[in-house]
Design a protein around this ligand. Structure first.
Ligand code: AR6
Length: 171
């Protein structure tokens, strides 16, 4: 597991993870960047995923897989992080569930490398240091039994990288 800095959409990996919303029809932040880089086929593939409730293709804490289309990554794993409501609304558990669901999908599809953005740390307002600790603890547990999985924690800027690198070395 390593921290890298830069644009997740540029990484050549088996899969990159999208920090999406439940509708899975695109948005801002990393979601917008992934849809732009993947091209319109990604939106069509997302639209084709079943709605489990009106407007909901992926509930918070779960994950869905699509091809990566024009991305260098072969697949996109879309997950929906929790909106931060102060930390007493199950946010840590839901965030951990996102990381677990993504890794489970990667293993089910025999993928060996996966790049994560800082899920929920943008528009959804999750404090970065707390999110980093949840993510790294959860991924460490999973990697204990799947040690061949190459995990990149992709931070968009240096400020975020410092926080995640510190969490990784202190954990
Ligand atoms: N590469 C890597 N990281 C990025 C990139 C990129 N190209 N672009 C942004 N980030 P956010 P969320 C970082 O807001 O908080 C969307 O509208 C960003 O700096 O993308 O889970 C969805 O549709 C931040 O650290 O995701 C949802 O509605 C991190 O990615 C909502 O935002 C996550 O920020 C999801 O909010």
């Amino acid at each position: 597991m390593t921290v890298v800095t830069g644009d997740l959409t540029r990484l050549t990996l088996d899969a990159i993870v999208n920090a999406a919303n439940p509708g899975l029809l695109g948005g801002g932040g990393v979601d917008g960047a992934i849809h732009r880089a993947a091209g319109p086929s990604l939106l069509a593939a997302c639209r084709a995923l079943p709605e489990i409730a009106p407007g909901v293709r992926c509930p918070t804490g779960e994950a869905r897989l699509t091809p990566g289309f024009a991305l260098p990554a072969r697949y996109v794993i879309h997950t929906v992080g929790p909106v931060w409501h102060g930390g007493h609304d199950g946010e840590d558990e839901l965030l951990a569930s996102c990381y677990r669901a993504c890794v489970v999908l990667a293993i089910q599809h025999d993928l060996h490398s996966i790049g994560f953005p800082a899920i929920s740390c943008g528009v959804y307002g999750f404090p970065a240091e707390r999110a980093a600790n949840v993510a790294i603890d959860t991924l460490r547990d999973l990697l204990a039994s799947h040690s061949d999985l190459d995990v990149r924690l992709c931070c968009f800027d240096d400020r975020m990288s410092v926080i995640w690198q510190r969490a990784l070395t202190q954990a």
